[in-house]
Design a protein around this ligand. Structure first.
Ligand code: C5J
Length: 221
């Protein structure tokens, strides 16, 4: 067993049963001209965590632990994008409309790609997801079960939307979850803070948080 000096108390995990899930580090959320920007957000806030997420990936790669990358995106015919999702946001540039990085949030378009600095390597799983949570409409449950995973470290964007939704989905499915505080970001700093507080409250009601430095330290041989 290994221990991460986490909040609200130590996170104990067996590396043989632990995976990293990096949520939606896509150009559509992080670069100008994508989905995040169409909603009026300052995407430069999210770009700042790319080096920290890269460090976390390096730590998991160095320890030989499984890594799953997710991408929020939809089929080109939008059959997996309910009107309840598409009809909100910016009415003049919706999911599926053409933008500077191709059709917004559509699988296979340049905007749906993971930013090049964090691209998946051979052997890592890339999971396309139509919802905010990574379990909804994907084979994530069976992927984790097949690998005997019981503990998850989460990172990515945005903290209070896809990251938090995934962490809550995982928590309800019995996974012990830790969120990497400085490898997640929101367009709204106050929402990030509130999410971290909510996760750790009431004796880790959703899970734990720790910095990438603390995670790196625990993963060192
Ligand atoms: C959002 C996400 N914010 N990846 N998606 O719409 O958090």
């Amino acid at each position: 067993m290994k221990t991460i000096a986490a909040q609200p108390f130590d996170f104990r995990f067996d590396p043989a049963h632990t995976a990293l899930i990096v949520i939606d580090m896509q150009r559509d959320f992080i670069e100008p001209g994508g989905f995040g920007a169409t909603l009026g957000n300052d995407v430069s806030l999210l770009k700042k965590i790319v080096p920290t997420v890269a460090r976390l990936l390096a730590a998991f790669r160095g320890a030989g632990l499984p890594i799953i990358h997710t991408r929020e995106c939809h089929r080109s015919d939008l059959s997996d994008c309910p009107p309840a999702k598409r009809n909100r946001g910016n009415p003049s540039l919706r999911i599926g409309d053409p933008g500077p990085m191709g059709r917004i949030l559509i699988a296979g378009e340049p905007g749906a790609d993971i930013v090049p600095e964090l691209a998946a390597r051979a052997g890592e799983i890339v999971l396309d997801k139509p919802g905010k949570g990574a379990f909804y409409g994907t084979p994530l449950s069976s992927i984790l079960a097949d690998q005997g995973i019981t503990h998850l470290v989460l990172a990515g964007v945005t903290t209070e939307v896809c990251v938090q939704t995934t962490m809550r989905e995982a928590n309800d499915r019995g996974f012990e979850c830790l969120l990497a505080e400085d490898a997640t970001e929101s367009y709204f700093p106050e929402f990030k803070k509130a999410t971290l507080d909510m996760i750790r409250a009431q004796g880790a009601i959703v899970g734990w948080t720790a910095t990438v430095g603390q995670i790196e330290k625990a993963l060192r041989p």
